[in-house]
Structure formats: structure tokens, C-alpha cells
Write a protein that binds this ligand. Structure first.
Ligand SMILES: [Zn+2]
Length: 330
């Protein structure tokens, strides 16, 4: 089965039932954060409606399923913002397309992405469309910002909330997108947004930074004063802007959380999967109090970054304080 059934199994199950009972409504609103599988689920519903070998779900392999997956099926229409908004011309174009190719009884599915970006005119035009649905049309509206929608739209659609994915689901989704297990593990800790994680996986300087932060941790682990110099030699060359400075701290937090959570649960899936053996060693060696002290230093460091203290200064301060804590530990 395709990705979305893993991402949102309960929603997929619900729609399977509706389709099998032939009781789909005319309009749904898929609402939830980026990366929760709204678009994939909509495409999967389209496949379920049109699949030639349908059997308890779409086959995903027939010609029809493939055309839908590659956005080339004539009865599956996708609308998204052109520039900053969805304009009335787009909705009109959609209507024209329907009357033009409107063969009797031919089912159609319309998806509208980022529906909060519709101009008022476009929204009104679409609403009329929802009021007098010609023939067999299902509309799926999608949004990450439900509060920005007109009440008139909200009152005409059935709301389906897409919850945030669990860590396991996000890991699976990332692996399905082609990321290695190790990469998926660390990136899914860095962001809960699957799409963002996939984008980050293509960022080579981030790859270098993930390794650099781990090595930085190892110098602390050895209580090595090099940890201070390391800021200048190995961390600073990899980061240029505020979001990246924060990323250094976030990656370090992942290391510390990995160790602490491994202490608490043997089954914890660590972010730094590549170094799981060493993390296990550290979990046995360090006290929870030491780890908590280190985390506090990082969090305070993040506050300094927010108040625009120069990053190198913040990292050096963090390094000195962490060395002190490590030297006091066993
Ligand atoms: Zn199929």
C-alpha cells in the first residue's frame, strides 16, 4: 500500500468504508500541519475511486493508479495557488473544464491545496460550485491554516483533522522517501515536518554539521579542553546564520536526549542511530543529573542566540560550562 496508509491509517480506513458504501460527501476539508499526509491521502482516495483492480484499496500499480500518482488523470483535478493566491480565473477554468468534458455520470475528484490562499472572489465562486454540484463530484480542500478560512466555506465541508504523525510513522515515511535509516533517525528528531526533513536531507552542509556536533560531543565526553577550540575550528566554518546556529544547539540536544532517553528506556529510537553503541555506553556512564545540567546549558545558550549575542561567543561559553560539568562528573 502507498505511503499515506502508513501516515494516516485511520483516515484511510474511514475513506475506504465511505467509498465501498458509496457514501462520500461532496466536500471535505483536510486540515493539519505540513507533512501529515493530506495530499497523499487525497491522491490515494482518487486512486481508490478510479483504480481498475480495486480490492480492499487501490492497487497502486494499474495504469489509472499510476496516472493519478503522476498527476495526469483527466478526472482528478488539482488546484493550487498561482503565485500568492488561488484566483477566480482558476476556479472558472475548472468549471469550464467540467462542462467541456462533462460526460454524464463521470466521477471527478477536485483537490484544492492551501485553500486559505483563495481570494474572496475565488472562494465565493467555489462555494457556488459546492452548492450545486454537477453530477458526481467530490471536492477535497486542504489547509494548514483552518482559522484563516471563511465561515461560509467551513460550514459547507466535512472537516477531517490530520493529526501529527508519531515518531515511528515519520521514520517510516522518510525511509519510504528514500532516506537511509540513520539519516531518517536524526532528521526526524530535528523536525516533525516530513517534507522539511526530506528537504534537509539534501543539504550537504547539514550532513557535515550532524557529524561535527557528534565529534564535538566526544571531546566533552573525554573532558578534552579541545572542546573550546573546536568551536572555532570545526563548528563555525559550517554555520553562517541564526537558524544554523540554533541547529548546532538542537543537534547537541538530540545527542543528550538520546543518552538520557536510552537510560530511561532500552527501546528508545535514538536520533544519532549511527552511534548507538557509544550512546549506550554514555547512558551507562553518565548520571541523569549530569545530562540534565548539560541540557540546561544548551537551552540557556539558545536563549543567548535569540537575544543576538554573537554565536561564536555563545558556543564558547557553552563549551566552557559543559567542560566544567563533565569534569565534575565521574
Ligand atoms: Zn490501481
Amino acid at each position: 500500500m502507498s505511503t499515506n496508509t502508513i501516515k494516516q491509517p485511520s483516515i484511510s480506513r474511514l475513506f475506504l468504508q465511505l467509498i465501498e458504501k458509496d457514501s462520500l460527501q461532496h466536500a471535505y476539508l483536510f486540515e493539519g500541519k505540513t507533512g501529515t499526509g493530506k495530499k497523499e491521502t487525497a491522491l490515494w482516495i482518487a486512486q481508490s475511486l478510479f483504480c481498475q483492480n480495486y480490492s480492499d484499496g487501490p492497487c497502486g500499480e494499474c495504469h489509472t493508479c499510476q496516472r493519478i500518482a503522476s498527476h495526469q488523470h483527466p478526472d482528478v483535478i488539482e488546484l493550487e495557488p498561482e503565485g500568492l493566491s488561488i484566483k477566480i480565473a482558476q476556479v472558472r477554468g475548472l468549471k469550464q473544464e467540467f462542462t467541456k468534458s462533462g460526460m454524464e455520470g463521470r466521477k471527478k475528484l477536485v483537490m484544492v491545496k492551501d485553500v486559505e490562499k483563495m481570494t474572496t472572489q475565488a472562494a465565493n465562486s467555489l462555494l457556488k460550485f459546492l452548492e450545486e454540484p454537477d453530477g458526481d463530484i467530490v471536492v477535497i480542500l486542504m489547509t494548514t491554516a483552518k482559522h484563516q478560512l471563511l465561515p461560509t466555506i467551513l460550514s459547507r465541508v466535512q472537516l477531517i483533522h490530520f493529526p501529527q504523525l508519531s515518531k515511528e510513522q515519520r521514520l517510516l515515511a522518510l525511509e519510504e522517501a528514500g532516506l537511509s535509516k540513520e539519516r531518517a533517525a536524526v532528521l526526524s528528531q530535528l523536525t516533525s515536518d516530513t517534507e522539511e526533513a526530506i528537504q534537509l536531507s539534501e543539504n550537504e552542509s547539514l550532513t557535515a554539521l550532524i557529524e561535527a556536533v557528534w565529534k564535538w560531543y566526544l571531546t566533552f565526553s573525554k573532558k578534552d579542553d579541545q572542546a573550546f577550540i573546536y568551536v572555532h575550528t570545526d563548528i563555525m566554518p559550517l554555520v553562517k546564520e541564526k537558524s544554523e546556529y540554533h541547529r548546532v544547539m538542537d543537534l547537541f540536544l538530540i545527542v543528550l536526549q538520546d543518552i538520557l532517553n536510552t537510560q530511561l528506556s532500552k527501546n528508545y529510537t535514538v536520533g544519532y542511530l549511527k552511534y548507538q553503541a557509544k550512546i549506550q555506553e554514555e547512558a551507562e556512564r553518565l548520571s541523569a543529573a549530569t545530562l540534565a545540567d548539560l541540557m540546561e546549558i544548551i537551552l540557556t545558550g539558545k536563549k543567548y542566540l535569540d537575544s543576538n549575542v554573537a554565536a561564536q561567543g555563545v558556543f564558547e561559553k557553552v563549551a566552557l560550562e559543559m567542560l566544567t560539568v563533565m569534569k565534575k562528573s565521574l
